[in-house]
Design a protein around this ligand. Sequence first.
Ligand SMILES: C[S@@+](CC[C@H](N)C(=O)[O-])C[C@H]1O[C@@H](n2cnc3c(N)ncnc32)[C@H](O)[C@@H]1O
Length: 304
Amino acid sequence: MMRAHRTGWLFFLLALCVLPPWRVALAQQAADVPYVSTPSNVVAAMLEMALVTADDYLIDLGSGDGRIVIEAAKKSGARGMGVELDANLVYMANEAAKRQGVAGQVRFVEGSLFNADISKTTVLTMYLLPNINLQLRPRILGQMRPGARVVSHDFDMGGWKPDLHREVAVPNKSYGRPVSQIYLWYVPANVAGKWQWRLPVGGATRLYEARIDQTFQELSDEVLVEGGGATSRGARLRGDLITLDLVREFFGQKVTHEFSGRVEGDRIVGRARISGGGNNATLAWEATRVERGMMRIDQESITK
Ligand SMILES: C[S@@+](CC[C@H](N)C(=O)[O-])C[C@H]1O[C@@H](n2cnc3c(N)ncnc32)[C@H](O)[C@@H]1O
């Protein structure tokens, strides 16, 4: 025991002599998650669910032997990066990328997943632990762009419900039931607040006003047309794509409105399908946010 303690110190002193200070700090940092690799059928299902293409930039946080990033590059032509604390695994992953002919597309770096810049990531993959996922959640929602995808093997994100969930058989799983869970989220745009737009419907150009309340990607809305109530059939958000359906009576006749568009900051640009009461048209739809609100993320709220 005494000898092991002394050997540890010897290694530490040796590291101080040959490594730069940041490498010494990393070498000392304990892993937050043990190394267990994702089985290849689960890797395939994760990439398939995220619809990874050559346009994607994928980051795997805690990348192990690099299998998820390498497979995304080989299968879809995506570019990517793995961030990993263990220097040996980083070396193995970079060597595997060279052997498999994708070293030009991917790289693996030694570092802590808590410091990784994820702002340009279009697909983020993780096989971590529930408490680590929860710690990463505010950074994912605050830094990644709306519409980017997050895929997690086995662990969810607490109150942030997944947009998709799949179970995959893993006959020789080293813990729990012989199955893996895959969760996928689209990073939601912030659409909270008051929006206005005008539309020529029922013989006049009318003012529409929607107040949207948001918790993660879940929305509740209230819509007024010319200051009068309309019946909302719900607003839904997937990343930066929003749909909003409502019914309003003009001259005693029900007119159905189906709005769909892309959120671009304080603008939504898309189409409105108008039907009923003598209407049958698809019109351009452009809404402007006139009052910005907060996206609730449990206790915290963010505006971006
Ligand atoms: C469960 S393994 C997943 C490996 C790989 N992503 C996969 O799915 O096959 C978790 C990995 O995270 C790494 N890790 C643990 N704590 C870390 C941290 N703070 N920063 C970066 N990597 C970390 C571990 O060394 C391990 O390789």
